[in-house]
Ligand binder design. Sequence first.
Ligand code: 4AD
Ligand code: MG
Length: 482
Amino acid sequence: MRHTKVKDLLNSTTTLQEVNAKGWVRTFRNNQFIALNDGSTINNIQCVVDFENTPDETLKRITTGAAISVTGNLIESKGAGQSVEIQVTKLEILGDSDAEKFPIQPKNKPSLDFLRENAHLRVRTNMFGAIMRVRSVLSFAVHNYFQQKGFVYVNTPIITGSDAEGAGEMFKVTALPFDNTPRTEDGKVNYKEDFFEKETNLTVSGQLEGETYAMALGQIYTFGPTFRAENSNTSRHLAEFWMIEPEVAFNNLDDNMDLAEDFIQYVIKYALDNCKDDLKFLEARLLDEEKSKPQADRSEMALLEKLNFVLENNFKRVSYTEAIDILRDSTPNKKKKFNYIINEWGADLQSEHERYLVEKHFKCPVILFDYPANIKAFYMRLNDNTEPGKETVRAMDILFPGIGEIVGGSEREERYDVLIEKMKALEIDEEELSWYLDTRRFGSATHAGFGLGFERLVLFVTGMTNIRDVIPFPRTPGNAEF
Ligand code: 4AD
Ligand code: MG
């Protein structure tokens, strides 16, 4: 007999005769009631055991975490809390779980830290089951959105010979030995003898390769893993994270902002429509977590309200220059409450400033645009008519409450001469990026794109507070278990 998913059993309107369910025991109480979960839904199915006719030996083996198969009639439940239950006629223990040793005991309310150390088992909890289902639905929504709009999904390389962001924060990829490393005459590592015969890294972004495809296919998106060796031990940074990078020919910065806003609203709506039970559970979890916090640190809105708020309100579009004025005049700046005091135009914004703008000042998602050229990447389009010494580029960052930066993007510098001049000033190797420059040499055109950090989106939608809890096996400084 083929087993039926718990989700389908719980949804069945008519009671079925004999059914079979397989899953893992969440709890077993009164020697009679098993709460069984198979991962198909946050909800457990209650399985009622006829304990008088079940050997003690078997009853003892119905422990939290054990895999079991139950067969019986699906009947209307007499108890509160569920509409149907299985009246067990046959119970089989598929895999025992020693109650003394299984680390995930619901009674102990394991801490998030403890669960992180047991990332291979934490998914057996309601919380992580819900998070990972929401993550899966969100990634489907990403594809849905772009596919419906006719974007082409492009797989950019994971091993690359270029550094898109121009920052020295990459993981090297090499097949060279560490002892006896081949050296050139001047003592440097001789990458000519390496696997690719050149220096290679794990990609920090697929953008540059993506741009070349956008300049042929019109609208493309990537969705893949990216890697950053920055030593940021924060609740917002991972060394390995997933990024979505659309790139669109003929789009300018305004089009880019429209696309990003529409895209984010679509995926959030999709999760609201398709993850109701999981989000309701996560909303309750967040409320519970925040009970232990001082009133001032609690969220103003419950999770679902917050998600709906993002759908119903336009993101506030503010230039960097306006933002600096707001920050300079803000109370925390005057009272020197910020760690980095904003004195003048040109300062890079820290997450404390971004969060002040979003959470205290505007109280909605914010798109900051037209940043100073010298704090942004080389490929961003220089604004026309900017003051010398105060040049700005057509960059945009989207800032979200509780998250900070969720999107970074720009209109790209499509003018060959301007781009070359910028690369020279930053000492970026033109030879290395000759293939990229070809997009500007042959049929160049206005184009724009952005990158959305997928885990930051999952953080926002699930109401979790640490990015390590929204990716199955997080990689952070000092952590690469599993
Ligand atoms: O702002 P970033 O660095 O932009 C780029 O990589 C561009 N090439 C994107 C583009 O225009 N195509 O990164 C984009 C987003 C950030 O806004 C953030 O959401 C996320 O990626 N991100 C990280 N997420 C988790 N851990 C990290 N270490 C992250 N670094 C960036
Ligand atoms: Mg950025």
